[in-house]
Design a protein around this ligand. Structure first.
Ligand code: KG4
Ligand code: ZN
Length: 358
């Protein structure tokens, strides 16, 4: 079964051909980083225009690389949301037209489903993740811990109350005068920095002050939620002090990058391990752009190895950041339960919620 998948929710124009939900025949990602980096972030109108220019060439390239033709494709899959509405419109309308003209069934998906199912790419049988599981999804748009008892069964058990982890990486990079996207640059600066140079706060919402009627603190409740805004402000304070004394040197930038990175990763690992212990799972998955972070993978692997009988999976780096192959992997599961969209009626939803499919 060949699925042609399209993903245009943010600033990457991606088209892929995926066989049987796991084997990637082609994966084209036309990046717009050069267009957006001079603005220090994604400009929605610029992204939508670039998708219009890039989508047909990406489509042709994906079919060529897969050595196939549209007539040999069985299903069309597309990201319905969430994301930038102008960007989503380009992908959704392209998918609708291809499905209608070629009389192919159309599947529409939540972007995060794609990130989760990137963990099934290039795996089969016993090598696939086992349920129940939790998935730490860390991207530019989301930071969630998702509990799944079976395929397409999503329960968000932890979420960020402010910035996403990816946003924190991007914003700290901007404060340090580094390029966009910040994640890969912060991690390369961190390689030569001292992670103990600064101790930034590991915000734990468990210690949230709750007062009873008498004004006293109640017992704290263990939380799986995240907050990165305090960490970001703490970094900004250090940067301002260094700038005021003209001492924000390359070495100091590397030290701040390393201290910030280990702090953000500590927070992500702490809540993931807490969730793994509380939910009696067999597998921990990592997904989303920040999952490409080497230190996060290593720290999670080390912490999970101390749990009894819990496996750990993360996708290849090229399938962590936005790509269409992951959309093909998730679409396969929806095809198995006959969950299709009407190509005459499908519209994108920039605020789409992740809900259980059936
Ligand atoms: O999943 P993604 O490609 O797009 C969204 O769905 O948002 O994630 C992009 C985010 C950006 O914030 C980027 O800085 C971050 O992933 N990222 C990283 C790394 N590579 C990408 N963050 C930390 N370390 C990395 N190596
Ligand atoms: Zn994404």
């Amino acid at each position: 079964m060949k699925i042609l998948a399209i993903e245009t929710s943010c600033d990457d124009t991606s088209v892929a051909v995926v066989e049987n939900g796991n084997h990637v025949l082609s994966s084209i990602v036309s990046s717009q980083i050069d267009l957006h980096s001079k603005y220090g972030g994604v400009v929605p109108e610029v992204a939508a225009r670039a998708h219009i220019q890039n989508i047909i060439p990406a489509l042709e390239e994906a079919l060529d690389e897969a050595k196939t033709k549209i007539t040999n494709i069985n299903f069309i899959a597309v990201t319905k949301g969430p994301g930038l509405i102008g960007s989503l419109i380009v992908g959704v309308n392209t998918a609708r037209v291809i499905a209608l003209l070629n009389k192919k069934p159309l599947v529409s998906l939540h972007h995060t489903e794609g990130h989760i199912y990137a963990n099934w790419l290039e795996k089969s049988g016993k090598n696939c993740p086992k349920f129940p599981l939790i998935c730490l999804t860390v991207s530019g748009g989301h930071t969630n811990i998702i509990y799944m008892r079976k395929h397409l069964d999503y329960h968000i058990i932890g979420k960020t109350l402010d910035d996403s982890a990816g946003e924190a990486f991007d914003k700290v990079a901007k404060m340090l005068g580094l390029d966009y996207p910040g994640g890969p640059i912060i991690s390369s600066c961190a390689m030569t920095g001292n992670e103990k140079a600064y101790h930034f706060p590991r915000v734990d919402l468990t210690q949230k002050p709750i007062r009873n009627n008498d004004g006293f603190m109640e017992e704290s409740v263990e939380s799986l939620d995240f907050s990165f805004s305090g960490l970001k402000t703490a970094v900004l304070r250090e940067v301002r002090i260094l700038e005021a004394t003209n001492s924000l040197s390359k070495n100091k930038i590397n030290d701040i990058a390393a201290s910030f990175q280990v702090c953000a990763n500590d927070i992500l690992v702490r809540n993931t391990i807490r969730a793994a212990r509380n939910y009696g799972i067999k597998t921990v998955l990592l997904s989303g752009g920040v999952a490409a972070n080497e230190q996060l993978r290593e720290m999670l692997a080390a912490a999970i190895s101390k749990l009894d009988n819990v496996d750990f999976y993360f996708p290849a780096s090229k399938f962590c950041t936005d790509n269409a192959a992951m959309i093909g992997a998730a679409a396969y599961q929806r095809i198995l339960i006959n969950d299709f969209s009407d190509p005459l009626k499908l519209i994108p939803d920039s605020g789409l919620k992740l809900i259980y499919a059936s």
